[in-house]
Write a protein that binds this ligand. Structure first.
Ligand code: GLY
Length: 422
C-alpha cells in the first residue's frame, strides 16, 4: 500500500512513524511535511488546501490511501475530491467535517442524539453581547465564562475565564473581526480526549488520552493548541470509556448517518468527566495534536490497514485493536512568546534525537534545523508506566537546545501521582 499523509505537524510525523510499522505499507509520502518527516517519507510541497493539487499529487504518485491530518483541508472538501477521483481517503467529507467546522452544527447533532454537552448560545450581534454574558457567567451559577470562535481556531479561539471583562474583550474582538461567538456553560471535571475511527455506524475507539491546553504548569496562562498529552488514563475506569463510546460517540455517528452526513474518518470526542458523568466539550473531525503522538506510540495494530479499512467501508471487519503495555507521554517544546507571535529562526540542537517529532521546524540553506512556528517539537517518552514515560520524555528534552523556548514540566504528573479522581 502506498500512503500519502497530508499535513506538516508532529501529529503527521507520528502518523508516518506508525504507518511505517505496518508491514503492508510499502511507500510513504507526505505533503507538505517538515524536516522531521523528510526522513520517513517522500516529501511534496503542494498546497494542501487545494483539492485539485492534492488529487493530482495522489494520482501522480499512485497513492492507494490518503490520510488527511489537519481540519482545514477536510472542511474545504479535499476528501470529497479524492473520493470522486476514485482514491481512498481517510478523513470525512466536507459535509461531515462540519462537526468541527461549525460549533452550531455540532450542537445541533448532539442535541438530536441526546448527548450531554454544555449549554450554549451563539452571539453574532455586538448589541446582544452583554445580555448573553449575563446569562452565562458566574452570576448565573457557572464557574467561568467559556467564549469560543464559532469556527476553526486551532484551540486558540477559546477563552475560559472567571473575569467578565476578559470574556467580554475576547468576544468583542471576535465579533469585530466578523466571527460569530459561541458562549458556553463551563464543564467542570478532568478532560478526556477519546479518538474513534468511524465509518458510518461503526465506531472503533483508540486509547483515551488527556491533553494540556494551558501554556503554564498547573493549568495557568492562556490556551494553546496543546502543550502535552499522555495515554492511557490510569484514573479512567474502562466502563466509563465504554459508556462514552456507547452513549456519546455511537449516537452521534448514527445521527450523522440519519441526516445524510455520514462520518468516515477520525471522530475526536473532547469530554469533561463531570459529577453527572461524561459531557462533550467539543467534537473534532481529525486526529488531535498532541494526543496522537502519545496514542500512536502505543498502537500495535497495523495503522495503514486500520485506516484503509475505514476508508473503504470495511471497518466492521477489522480485528480488535492491539496495544503495547505501558504509557506514553508527549511534551511540546514551544518557541519563545508562544501562544503569542512566536520567535522563529533560531537553530535547534538535538532535534534529531529518538522520540522527537517535528512541527514548527524548517531546514536552513546551510542544513541547520531552525524554529519556524509556535509549537516546535513534540518529545515522546514511553515506559512501563507514566513515571517511566515522563522520565524518558523529560530526559530527551534536556538534551535539546532552542533559545527562549519553553515547555510544561507537569505533563502527566498528577495522573502519575494518583491525584486525579472522579
Ligand atoms: N489537542 C487539541 C486538538 O487537537 O484540537
Amino acid at each position: 500500500m502506498r500512503v500519502l499523509v497530508i499535513g506538516s505537524g508532529a501529529r503527521e510525523h507520528a502518523l508516518l512513524l506508525a504507518l511505517r510499522r505496518d508491514p503492508e505499507v510499502e511507500a510513504l509520502a507526505v505533503a507538505p511535511g517538515n524536516p522531521g518527516t523528510a526522513a520517513v517519507a517522500d516529501q511534496y510541497d503542494v498546497d494542501v488546501t487545494s483539492a485539485d493539487a492534492v488529487t493530482e499529487l495522489a494520482r501522480r504518485i499512485g497513492a492507494d490511501l490518503v490520510v488527511i491530518g489537519p481540519e482545514v483541508p477536510l472542511v474545504l472538501g479535499v476528501g470529497d475530491a479524492l473520493r470522486a477521483a476514485g482514491i481512498a481517503c481517510f478523513g470525512p467529507s466536507r459535509d461531515a467535517a462540519r462537526i468541527e467546522g461549525s460549533k452550531a452544527f455540532a450542537k445541533d447533532v448532539m442535541n438530536a442524539a441526546g448527548v450531554r454537552t454544555a449549554s450554549s448560545e451563539i452571539v453574532d450581534n455586538p448589541g446582544h453581547l452583554d445580555a448573553a454574558l449575563d446569562r452565562f457567567g458566574p452570576p448565573a451559577g457557572e464557574a467561568a465564562w467559556v467564549v469560543k470562535d464559532d469556527g476553526l481556531a486551532a484551540g486558540k479561539g477559546v477563552v475560559v475565564t472567571a473575569d467578565r471583562d476578559a470574556a467580554r474583550a475576547h468576544a468583542a474582538g471576535l465579533l469585530d473581526s466578523g466571527h460569530p461567538v459561541l458562549l458556553e456553560s463551563f464543564l467542570d471535571g478532568p478532560e478526556v480526549s477519546l479518538f474513534c475511527v468511524v465509518d458510518g455506524d461503526t465506531v472503533v475507539p483508540l486509547l483515551p488520552a488527556q491533553d494540556f491546553k494551558r501554556v503554564g504548569d498547573g493549568d495557568t496562562g492562556p490556551n494553546t493548541g496543546g502543550m502535552g498529552a499522555y495515554a492511557p488514563l490510569p484514573w479512567l475506569p474502562a466502563d466509563v470509556t465504554t459508556g462514552i463510546v456507547d452513549e456519546i460517540v455511537k449516537p452521534v455517528a448514527a445521527e450523522m448517518v440519519r441526516r445524510g452526513s455520514s462520518f468516515s474518518g477520525l471522530l475526536y470526542a473532547g469530554l469533561a468527566i463531570t459529577s453527572r458523568g461524561p459531557a462533550v466539550v467539543e467534537f473534532n473531525c481529525r486526529f488531535g495534536d498532541p494526543e496522537t503522538q502519545s496514542v500512536l506510540a502505543l498502537l500495535d495494530s497495523p495503522l495503514g490497514q486500520l485506516l484503509r479499512a475505514a476508508a473503504t467501508g470495511r471497518l466492521a471487519e477489522f480485528p480488535a485493536l492491539q496495544w503495547r503495555d505501558g504509557a506514553a507521554v508527549t511534551v511540546v517544546l514551544a518557541a519563545e512568546n508562544y501562544p503569542g507571535r512566536p520567535r522563529v529562526g533560531d537553530v535547534i540542537v538535538g532535534a534529531d534525537a529518538e522520540g522527537v517529532l517535528h512541527a514548527g521546524t524548517a531546514r536552513r540553506d546551510d542544513g541547520a534545523i531552525v524554529s519556524s512556528g509556535g509549537r516546535v517539537l513534540s518529545v515522546v517518552g514511553t515506559g512501563a508506566d507514566l513515571d517511566a514515560a515522563r522520565t524518558e520524555a523529560y530526559a530527551t528534552l534536556s538534551s535539546i537546545r532552542l533559545p527562549g523556548s519553553h515547555f510544561r514540566r507537569d505533563i502527566g504528573q498528577a495522573a502519575a501521582e494518583g491525584k486525579i479522581t472522579l
